[in-house]
Design a protein. Structure first.
Length: 205
């Protein structure tokens, strides 16, 4: 999701208060390694667009640029990501991090959920000309669980954007999925996005 400002579209980054938050060091546990790297969503697994196919870039190592709103600055350099887009003003992003232990992954997922739960306030703190509201759409019963959030932003000059975000975990792998387009909560494809999130978490291992 992007917040549009006069003359350009600037990505709203995580932790509007300032510095990135990192997870405290946790001793590794004796968790056996999962087989192979986590898989990413395919374009057809995104919420369907009424008039366009979805397209995808290659899976890329490192943090995405721009960072996803309210979750980005917590992402480590060991992240991998994949961007998706349609022929219209709708886009998506998946970012996955594999931690050294399930305990670290559990704490990292909790940090991301905490950031998203306070997203609207942080956006308005960083961008005084933006009004943001949010909703929590609940927990999904997939692997170790996933949580879904929605954030609506309105700029003083009239731009209106809706974004859906989810955080899910399977073992040592944590994934963040983001979907956004112009519109309001009425335009949010919540049921489709929940299905996408279940697929994303299920594909981690």
């Amino acid at each position: 999701m992007y917040v549009r400002s006069r003359g350009f579209r600037a990505a709203v980054t995580a932790l509007a208060a300032g510095a990135a938050v990192t997870v405290a060091a946790v001793p590794a546990t004796a968790t056996p390694p999962e087989s192979g790297p986590p898989a990413f969503l395919e374009p057809a697994e995104l919420p369907p667009h009424p008039t366009s196919d979805w397209y995808a870039a290659a899976v890329t190592a490192g943090q995405p640029d721009p960072l996803p709103m309210c979750a980005g600055e917590a992402l480590p350099s060991t992240a991998s990501h994949r961007r998706y887009w349609t022929e219209y003003d709708t886009g998506a992003l998946q970012v996955t991090v594999v931690e050294r232990s399930t305990q670290r992954a559990r704490q990292f997922a909790a940090l991301l959920r905490e950031n998203l739960a306070d997203c609207a306030r942080k956006v308005m703190e960083q961008y005084p000309d933006i009004t943001a509201t949010q909703k929590y759409y609940g927990r999904l019963d997939v692997e170790e669980g996933a949580h879904v959030y929605g954030v609506h932003t309105v700029a003083e000059w009239g731009a209106s954007d809706i974004g859906l975000f989810s955080v899910g975990r399977d073992g040592r792998a944590v994934t963040v999925v983001q979907w956004g387009q112009m519109g309001t909560f009425a335009h949010a494809q919540v049921a489709d996005f929940k299905a996408t999130t279940v697929t994303a978490v299920g594909k981690l291992y």
